[in-house]
Design a protein around this ligand. Structure first.
Ligand code: BG6
Length: 479
């Protein structure tokens, strides 16, 4: 039995979820409709989340998994008790914006929505679990999309400011760790799901996406400012869909292409962590003929209110080639990637690369020197219960073990500063890219199927006890 070096004292072990993928209760207690509600399971989902097909309301013949999801809204006490049993130090979850402001532009918040999250946070604290809260995990009230065009409109900064002010005030003393936007770079890849943007055919997609990104970046800096003003102990992080790009060959053209691809993603964090638009981005805007409207005040806000820590999701590394004709692409990824012959892949074609996590941790650390937090990592897999309803998910344990060892090496051998790790979908939930329930990540099985059938019953998988041991030994026993 190999025993590894300990993780830092106080390391935040836990799990992660998002409101729209687990809460359900989409129209309960005054909640308004959001973009994340109207994305169905099935073959149209991809074109809807990426903004190629417009769907602004529920349509006949489609199934919308977020409507009920796993019913966390009514079962959070049972779920948090299970997280506590595993020894979670932290629980990452998100706020459904339209629970707090059903339309998004009201002046007064919806008390029932505020009360719900207060109850959840108090339930966490009952067990000594520190909430880690994503302010928006892909969601945007539909009213803001239909009447303002989503984040393409500068007005959204004002509505977001109102939202965060209410949250920081109400949850002062209950929540300390905040993330402003989940996977902020997703705006480039899935603009409808990521930022409530639908791009018309005649429009310049880059202009709209980068203008919207600017609005989110300013909103993020403003949130950081307000969080610190309301409670100095607040820690605010940015959140990147990470995963280093590898050149397909040592041809300098491939190496250059991989640098460009990395920059496309790091651009967001460069602004949020360093406080200004990098030169390469300004040059890119010039080259593309983009005119991103920004004020002097925006630039001051960005400069003065950088994030306290850098968080990211990591599932896979990526590969880029300048010879696309002669390479094979992976399937099932919002981020396009060339297949890496050295790696195995999940049932959904996501390539498995634990060393890639160490590489990514080092790259982010070298770039920013800010504390890091891995807020998503995990394996989406098909789980088949045995005759007793038990799931022996050794494949998930193997995936997580290898990634935890990579984190351990990055901390203890490379010296990066990592403050926590929350595995994605610690309880089975709806997959964001496909809307499937069958793509499961959890330590806890939820009896819910793609077609909306099932009892919502929760059952511990084999990985439940394994993760409990990992946490109890602070990462030294991962066998
Ligand atoms: C991240 C998102 O992109 O990846 C999560 O922040 C998402 O919301 C996760 O669920 C895994 O992706 P998927 O499509 O397998 O759910």
């Amino acid at each position: 039995m190999t025993i590894y070096l300990e993780f830092p004292k106080g390391f935040l072990w836990g799990g992660a979820t998002a409101a729209n993928q687990c809460e359900g209760a989409y129209n309960v207690d005054g909640r308004g409709l959001a973009n994340v509600d109207v994305v169905p399971i099935g073959e149209d989902r991809f074109s809807i989340i990426t903004g190629q097909k417009k769907m602004y309301q529920f349509e006949e013949g489609y199934l919308y998994p977020a409507k009920e999801a796993i019913d966390f809204y009514h079962r959070y006490k049972e779920d948090i008790a299970l997280f506590a049993e595993m020894g979670f130090k932290t629980f990452r979850m998100s706020i459904g914006w339209s629970r707090i402001f059903p339309k998004g532009d009201e002046l007064e918040p919806n008390e029932a929505g505020l009360q719900f999250y207060e109850n959840v946070f108090k339930e966490c604290h009952k067990y000594g679990i520190e909430p880690l809260v994503t302010i928006t995990h892909f969601d945007c009230p539909m009213h803001l999309i239909e009447h303002y065009g989503g984040w393409r409109n500068r007005k959204l900064i004002e509505f977001y400011e109102r939202l965060v002010t209410v949250l920081f005030t109400r949850y002062k003393g209950l929540v300390k760790y905040w993330l402003t936007f989940n996977e902020i770079n997703m705006i480039l890849h899935a603009p409808f799901m990521g930022a409530g943007i639908y791009i018309e055919e005649h429009e310049d997609a880059n202009q709209i996406k980068y203008q919207s990104a600017h609005h989110e970046l300013v909103a993020s800096a403003l949130a950081t400012k307000i969080a610190h003003e309301i409670a100095p102990e607040n820690k605010v992080g940015c959140m990147l869909a990470a995963g280093q790009f590898y050149p397909n060959t040592c041809n300098p053209k491939d190496v250059w292409a991989s640098l460009q691809e990395d920059r496309e993603n790091y651009f967001f964090i460069d602004v949020q962590a360093r406080g200004e638009y990098p030169n390469y981005a300004k040059k890119k805007f010039e080259k593309l003929g983009l005119n991103i409207e920004m004020t002097e005040e925006d630039l001051i806000l960005l400069k003065e209110h950088t994030v306290d820590f850098v968080s990211f999701s990591y599932y896979s590394s990526r590969v880029v080639s300048t010879d696309p004709e002669n390479v094979e692409q992976t399937e099932g990824n919002v981020f396009a990637s060339v297949k890496n012959p050295y790696l195995k892949a999940s049932e959904w074609g996501w390539q498995i690369d634990p060393l890639g996590l160490r590489i990514t941790l080092n790259a982010i650390w070298d770039r920013y020197q800010k504390p890091m937090f891995i807020v998503e990592n995990g394996l989406g897999a098909i789980d088949t219960p045995d005759e007793n309803g038990y799931i022996v998910d050794d494949y998930r344990i193997d995936y997580l073990r290898d990634h935890i060892i990579a984190m351990n090496q990055a901390i203890n051998e490379d010296g990066v500063e990592l403050i926590g790790y929350t595995t994605w979908g610690c309880i089975d939930l709806v997959a964001a890219s496909t809307g499937e329930m069958s793509k499961r990540y959890g330590f806890i099985y939820v009896d819910r199927n793609n077609d909306g059938t099932g009892t919502f019953k929760r059952t511990k998988k084999k990985s439940f006890d394994w993760y409990k041991k990992v946490i109890a030994t602070n990462g030294t026993d991962v066998n």
